[in-house]
Design a protein around this ligand. Structure first.
Ligand code: IMP
Length: 429
């Protein structure tokens, strides 16, 4: 049995909840390895709807959840999410949730800096979630971040706060934002400590034991490849690596344990926040996709920008992200369109490209090159086998497989968990 890693293949919000829940129900352990509470997805199990940001999805299915070292953890957000799902009847204890002792903490000053900088950027804002993700990762690589294990060492906390505040209060004051008081932050951290520390451990060791015992591990990515800090549409990206390789470094496991890599992509494309989006539609078709697909952010409630499927971009995401099979979601949203376009490449300043080059000006100038396919008059909604799909819908999926150079492993045809066509079991490798 292989392990499975699931990552987004576009700009996030690909409709991961349902698929992750299905995969989680078949795994023994679910691991988050990057990002923080900027992520968000909805899991519907029985008559309960769970909105998760930071907790690994497997908890909903009674599986062991692990938050790896690559995640940035806002203690307040984590504790609030635990309380929320507990109130819905879930059991979250140190037996069911483990947190890497070397994971980085997000403090209130990170959110404050994130938001103050966005205001200062004005028109050129990134459109972050404002949750302090970027500033927390900055502190990590600058070697001044507070980690989960520091909560057990008050003197270390105190010393680190001196360094952190020297840096952050200078910046915040320069941006005209309120500064932070050391004692208040220290008190806050010491209040969180006994609530967070029971979950903390070297998770790499538990994961190594699990691997040797032949347990199935699901690595649950957040955000998506085009938001990767190296491979995405920089600087309009998140501050972590979202590619499958991060599942190893973000949890403390060997690269080979990442297993089969599933990339999740909508049958069209959406994006929240700023940044290039070559196939974006500003017309009625774009509006229709947004309305039908209910394209509003889970975390921020912002309306998502919508456009045609960009096969050149997803192909690129498959290559750099290590994606071996695609999960295509929301194909039913395309039902009834007379024709459907697929972006196959870009024209930039008169030159054709089969990929999105890295330059910011080039990305902003990229015009999609389209291939037009006939739509379908029947419905894909709720289809549970290829035979139930209109012929044109099958052609659409097959054409995408050719263009992105990856097979569609799973096709999701509606919100119901069983509205799914499975081509291959990812846990079989
Ligand atoms: P940050 O991760 O809050 O710094 O935001 C950076 C960019 O990533 C912004 O464009 C956000 O909208 C985007 N982003 C962050 N998390 C998600 C997500 O879970 N889904 C979609 N976009 C996201």
């Amino acid at each position: 049995m292989a392990n499975v890693t699931i990552i987004g293949a576009q700009w996030g919000d690909e409709g991961k909840g349902k698929v992750v829940d299905w995969l989680a129900s078949r795994a023994d352990i679910v691991v988050r390895f990057q990002g923080g509470h900027n992520a968000g997805h909805t899991l519907v199990v029985g008559n309960q709807t769970y909105k998760l940001s930071l907790l690994p999805s497997g908890l909903v299915r009674g599986k062991l959840g692990i938050i790896g070292n690559g995640v940035v953890i806002d203690p307040q957000a984590l504790l609030a999410e635990i309380d929320r799902v507990r109130a819905q009847g879930l059991t979250v204890t140190p037996e069911t949730l483990r947190v890497a002792e070397n994971a980085i903490l997000i403090l209130p000053l990170h959110g404050a800096l994130d938001r103050a900088r966005e205001v200062a950027r004005g028109e050129r804002k990134i459109g972050t979630t404002g949750r302090g993700i970027g500033p927390a990762y900055e502190d990590k690589v600058a070697r001044r971040a507070i980690r989960v294990c520091d909560l057990a060492e008050p003197q270390v906390l105190s010393d680190k706060l001196d360094e952190l505040l020297l840096h952050h209060n200078t910046l915040l004051a320069g941006l005209g934002a309120e500064t932070f008081d050391k004692q208040a932050l220290l008190d806050q951290l010491l209040e969180w400590a006994p609530k967070i520390l029971p979950y903390a451990e070297p998770v790499w060791e538990r994961l190594d034991e699990a691997r040797r015992a032949g347990k199935r591990i699901l690595f649950e990515g957040a955000q998506a490849v085009m938001l990767d800090v190296d491979h995405g549409t920089y600087p309009f990206v998140t501050s972590s690596n979202t590619v499958a390789a991060t599942a190893a470094s973000g949890s403390g496991m060997a690269p080979a344990t990442v297993g089969f890599v599933l990339g999740i992509a909508k049958a069209y494309c959406t994006r929240v926040g700023s940044g290039p989006f070559p196939t974006e539609l500003h017309d009625d078709i774009g509006r229709k996709l947004g309305e039908r697909g209910q394209e509003f952010g889970t975390v921020t409630g912002r309306p998502r920008r919508c456009g045609w499927f960009d096969a050149a971009m997803v192909r690129q995401a498959c290559k750099v992200g290590g994606i071996q099979g695609l999960v295509m979601t929301k194909i039913d949203i395309l039902d009834g369109f007379p024709e459907i376009k697929i972006g196959t490449g870009y024209r930039i300043n008169g030159r054709a490209y089969s990929y999105l080059p890295a330059g910011q000006m080039a990305q902003a100038a990229a015009e999609p090159i389209y291939e037009t396919l006939p739509g379908w008059s029947g419905t894909t909604r709720g289809a549970r086998s290829w035979g139930e799909l209109p012929a044109e819908a099958i052609k659409y999926v097959r054409r995408i497989e050719e263009l992105v150079e990856a097979p569609v492993t799973l096709l999701s045809t509606g919100p119901d968990r069983d509205d799914t066509i499975l081509m291959r079991d990812p846990f079989e490798g």
